[in-house]
Design a protein around this ligand. Sequence first.
Ligand SMILES: *[C@@H]1O[C@H](CO)[C@@H](O)[C@H](O)[C@H]1NC(C)=O
Length: 327
Amino acid sequence: MNTLQQYMALFLVLIWHFRFSETYPQSGLDLVASRTGRHVGCRMDQEYPNGNICCLNCPAGTRTASPCSSDGRIGQCEECDDGTFTEHGNGLKHCFKCTQCRRDQEIVRACTHTEDAECRCRLGGFCDPDQACEVCKKCSSCEEDEEIVRNCTSTANTECKKTKRPNTVSAPAKVYVIVPIVLGLTVCAAFVIAVVWWKRRRTIDSQINVSNRLKPGPEDEPFPKLVPVNGEESLRKCFEYFEEIDYNYHKRFFRHLEINENVIRSKEHLLYEDKIHELLNIWVEKKGREGSLNDLLKALLDLNQRRTAETVKEKAVMSGHYVCDDK
Ligand SMILES: *[C@@H]1O[C@H](CO)[C@@H](O)[C@H](O)[C@H]1NC(C)=O
């Protein structure tokens, strides 16, 4: 059995060898012929095709100045110029240009003849490594209610997380905040109410005072004594000022001056101004030298007609018929 297996194996090897010999003949000429054209079977990463032959790659950091002239040899290699590089063995005529770092980038690694430069975004900028970095994006900053989970790097934006401050305020802390506010508002409200109440009280009091003051009383706020400049003439000149007397009071006024009721009624048909003048004339004639403007004003004050009295007094003084006796 062993012998049979050995024969079988030998047979298979022979067939294999025969097939291989058919496809890749050992003769040099046949080999060159089989490597022609685009399908030349140069060893990947080690050789490059040049016409019908394969040349060995120039090493990293160099380029091919001229290819080899016989199969399996190395051509003429030349060091890459500064600013260019080749990272691997190659059959390239030109080295690659080094990457230039942009202004928003900084150099991590300078370019050598065998390695490209490496750039990264400057501080405050970033580029997603999965995308072409055409421009560095600005790192975002977290909102006020957020905290930084991860700082921005040249390849990843800042990561923020909402802070749970509203929820983290503990119950006692709430009490510390709310109680003073409520207390403060209460105090303010109480103060305002107190002020309003006090002011109203004062207004009522002052109204009472005013009405008290308005009540007739000879001692209350003495009226200055008026002295006529030209005797009875001055008095008569002032009659017209009494036209100011409220119609509803004029009869009481003359009664107060002790004018006979019949006399007052007898002047009823006259115009109001004329009636005033007539009755005042009668009063003056009755009083004679004793009659003075001060008596008339006192009568007005007695009848609670202070405003009218003031007006008459002012007009009497202003017109120059009377002067105030300041004594
Ligand atoms: C971010 O950087 C700052 C200062 O550069 C540092 O204080 C902070 O701890 C960093 N934060 C994180 C989440 O790494």
